[in-house]
Each structure stands twice: as C-alpha cells, then as structure tokens.
Design a protein around this ligand. Structure first.
Ligand SMILES: [Zn+2]
Ligand SMILES: [Zn+2]
Length: 131
C-alpha cells in the first residue's frame, strides 16, 4: 500500500499517487491559477509577464511553467516573455536565450576537441613506445 501513497512535492501532504504527481488540492490550486491567467490575458493582450503576475497574484515561476508546458501560448501576446534559465535574459521560446545556446554549443565543441586531443596524445604515446 505504501507504493500508492506519496508526499505531495508542493505541499508535503500525503496523497494517493496520481498522474498529476501532486495532491488534488495543489492540482486544483494550479488549475485555478491557470484559469486566472487565461482570463487576465483575454482582457490584457499586451501585458508582460510581471503584469500578468501582479494582476493575477500567480507567481512568475508558475506562469513560466504554463508557458513552457505550452498551456499558455505567448505567440499571441507580443509583450510576454520569460527568463533564460542561464542568464535571465528575456526569451519567448525554449529554455535558454540565443547567446547562451551558442555559448553552450561552443562548450560542447570544446569538450569534444579536448577529448579528441587527449585520445590523439594517448595514441601518439603508444606510437612512440612501440618504436
Ligand atoms: Zn499538495
Ligand atoms: Zn541566456
């Protein structure tokens, strides 16, 4: 029976496990927040993320989650943006901004370069020893 009971990750209460991964109270709260956001957006198509947060009392993190989950589509709301997870710059899609994306892919390239050089060196050493 313990398998079907878990602590809610949001409020810590015990609840019967479900597909939402949170207790019914927290789920209902989030749905209420979501509805509030939709209503506010309907009246305020030009609002920003912080205006939406102020207007609804819903935290910007929660709203950002709605956007990332695709529940709120910001394509229709030209002033809506949220923060890059790395540097905090304003973005309208994905998790990180363009410059962080480029920097990260460069880091990955550098790692690959280092790895390639290390292997080259090892192979070079083996080559020398063989002689
Ligand atoms: Zn809960
Ligand atoms: Zn960034």
């Amino acid at each position: 029976m313990s398998l079907n009971i878990a602590n809610c990750p949001k409020c810590g209460k015990l609840y019967a496990r479900n597909a939402k991964n949170m207790c019914p109270d927290c789920f209902k709260q989030i749905e209420d927040q979501y509805r509030k956001c939709l209503l506010f957006l309907r009246e305020n198509r030009k609002c920003t993320l912080s205006e939406l947060s102020d207007g609804t009392g819903v935290g910007t993190n929660t709203i950002t989650n709605f956007i990332r989950e695709g529940r709120i589509s910001i394509a229709e709301y030209q002033n809506m943006s949220y923060k890059c997870e790395v540097c905090g710059a304003s973005i309208r899609e994905g998790h990180i901004c363009e410059s962080c994306r480029q920097r990260l892919s460069k880091d990955v390239q550098n790692l690959r370069e280092d790895e390639r050089r290390r292997i080259d060196r090892q192979q070079g050493d083996g080559f020398l020893k063989d002689r």
